[in-house]
Design a protein around this ligand. Structure first.
Ligand SMILES: Nc1ncnc2c1ncn2[C@@H]1O[C@H](COP(=O)(O)OP(=O)(O)OP(=O)(O)O)[C@@H](O)[C@H]1O
Ligand SMILES: [Mg+2]
Length: 337
């Protein structure tokens, strides 16, 4: 049995993907789930949220061992095979497979292998490369007996993200209340459908697979409305205009049906509306902690202390909702199998 993979995805940048993966990794582990977080963005922002610069410098400079995701897959770019990644233990139930700016160099190899995986020559190598992220994430999860793998990706629809999504059982889509974020959402549904069906064809093309392959289900669990991108000077009406379009566009683009809801508040596919945490966010980044773990010693005093408590319950509810949606999707699937 493979360990479920949950990816936070939107090709629009700055919508809060990395922040969500970081906070939910901590929250899932606080709820007793064993988590492996995997940084598949060459910007390595998730890694920078967990580790300080000296630690990252050490991982990137060290000459031996698969200290990052790229080091684990790098032998595939020559004639070698995957290496088991070295995990960073962040907390008792939370481990990280660190990111790497060098990952950007893998994009071309992945692009080249995509057509080859439909060919009639030996399919071992193309499939090994296209599923490298999934294989490495599974190796990591098995080592620490993780219950779930959380993945952060960069803001694009390139070959790295296609492989990341092929590796994903579930997808959560963070959305900002603006034109560009919603335009991104319009591209997202068709892209996920296309990747899903192209992957299925490839799996069918490899009649006798020589190792386990991901199913590439990419089941959308819902969207998270993010308020942090909203400019303070912008009128509330403009915010409402974009937010109220979310259910319609999500349903049309991602689910291919008509939305019965006229606002996210009435839409069961809206997993949460996350507040703009304002100065708590930089405070948490400075302390290298999730916002909901800030203490008076970090500067969370007065009204901030209450905001920290509220953040804890907001992220707890979101994590529980995601667990519920994953459980629902898994039991529907096993009924249909
Ligand atoms: N709820 C929030 N409240 C306040 N600030 C936030 C919130 N969520 C994210 N931010 C801030 O918004 C910025 C963008 O967030 P983040 O890096 O998580 O987005 P992203 O989607 O991962 O971006 P990219 O597409 O570049 O990877 C960061 O500076 C982050 O600190
Ligand atoms: Mg990011």
């Amino acid at each position: 049995m493979s360990v479920p993979v949950l990816t936070f995805f939107n090709n629009k940048g700055g919508v809060g993907k990395t922040s969500l993966v970081y906070h939910l990794s901590w929250m899932f582990s606080a709820l007793g789930r064993k988590v492996v977080a995997v940084d598949l963005d060459a910007q390595a922002n998730l890694t920078a949220a967990f580790l300080d610069e000296d630690q990252i410098d050490d991982l990137w400079e060290r000459q031996t061992g698969a200290t990052t995701i790229f080091r684990a897959i790098e032998p595939l770019t020559q004639v070698g095979d995957l290496k088991a990644p070295k995990l960073i233990k962040v907390a008792q139930h939370l481990h990280l497979v660190p990111g790497d700016v060098a990952l950007a160099g893998f994009e071309e190899t992945l692009s080249n292998m995509w057509p080859e995986s439909m060919g009639d020559k030996s399919l071992y190598r193309p499939f090994r490369i296209l599923t490298a992220f999934w294989q490495v994430a599974q190796m990591a999860a098995k080592r620490v007996q993780a219950d779930i793998i959380l993945v952060d990706v960069g803001p694009n629809l390139g070959a790295i993200n296609r492989s990341a999504l092929i590796a994903s059982d579930f997808v959560v889509i963070p959305l900002g209340a603006d034109l560009f974020s919603l335009q991104g959402l319009r591209n997202l549904g068709p892209t996920l459908r296309s990747w899903r069906s192209l992957w299925k064809k490839r799996v069918e093309n490899w009649k006798e697979p020589e190792f386990d392959l991901p199913k590439g289900l990419m089941k959308p669990l819902g969207y998270v409305v993010q308020q942090h991108g909203v400019r303070l000077s912008r009128p509330v009406k403009a915010y409402d205009k974009w937010v109220n379009r979310m259910p319609g566009i999500y349903h049309e683009s991602v689910l291919h049906d008509a939305s019965p809801a006229s606002s996210p508040a009435d839409d069961p596919h809206c997993l949460a509306t996350l507040k703009h945490y304002r100065s708590l966010f930089p405070m948490a980044q400075e302390a290298r902690k999730p916002v909901f773990s800030l203490t008076p010693a970090d500067g969370a005093i007065g009204s901030h202390a209450q905001a920290v408590k509220d953040a804890y319950s907001d992220f707890k509810s979101l994590a529980e909702k995601i667990i519920e949606e994953m459980d629902k999707a898994t039991s529907t699937r096993s009924r249909n199998d």
